[in-house]
Design a protein around this ligand. Structure first.
Ligand code: SF4
Length: 194
């Protein structure tokens, strides 16, 4: 509850004996309570928004190579990403806010991936799944981009070749923790995309 200028807590309906004393206040205690309530109210609102974002983070339907098979299995009953409200993989980037780059990125695919990313609305997040998406993996050659973070701002890297579905789930949980902690998306930190 925010206390307006010139008003006392009793004007907002608080009825303790101390506050109803007409010739007193606002005392130090009263001011501290008002400041605390204001701070708690703002914090709660921010946390509620972050919580809602983590419980409806819809991934884009996007698979590149072998890692994509592991990614697909997270919607199965065994791993059940529906626990996080994330089972709705979207066919349109305009309805998605999480891009899971699952597999090696060849140079030919860099422009389409960037286009998909640019079509996603903000806030949006990116997970680089597997060694290839994170660093090029074993494909240290002229065809393969040596890490998707050269063209996108990546929030979480998931190691492995391929990472098991549990590892991807771990990456998703880590991403949720970042959002809940108030860490801005990677594109804001790195300033490479919007
Ligand atoms: S990290 Fe391994 S499993 Fe994933 S795309 Fe590369 S080679 Fe395939």
């Amino acid at each position: 509850m925010a206390v307006e200028d010139g008003k006392k807590l009793r004007d907002h309906g608080l009825q303790s004996e101390r506050l109803l004393w007409p010739t007193k206040g606002p005392g130090v205690f009263e001011q501290e309570v008002a400041a605390m309530e204001q701070a708690v109210g703002l914090t709660t609102l921010e946390k509620a928004v972050a919580w809602a974002q983590t419980k409806s983070m819809w991934p884009d339907t996007f698979g590149l190579a072998c890692c994509a098979i592991e990614m697909m299995s997270i919607v199965s009953s065994r791993h059940d990403i529906a626990r996080f409200g994330m089972e709705a993989f979207r066919a349109s980037p305009r309805q998605a806010d999480l891009l899971i780059v699952s597999g090696r990125v060849v140079h030919k695919m860099a422009a389409p991936i960037r286009q998909v990313y640019d079509q996603m609305l903000e806030p949006k997040w990116v997970i680089a799944m597997g060694a290839c998406a994170s660093s090029g993996g074993m494909f240290n050659n002229y065809t393969t981009l040596q890490g998707v973070d050269k063209i996108l701002a990546v929030d979480v890297h998931v190691p492995g070749c391929p990472p098991r579905p549990e590892a991807l789930m771990e990456g998703i949980v880590r991403l949720h923790e970042k959002v809940m902690a108030g860490v801005p998306p990677a594109y804001e930190i790195r300033g490479v995309a919007s």
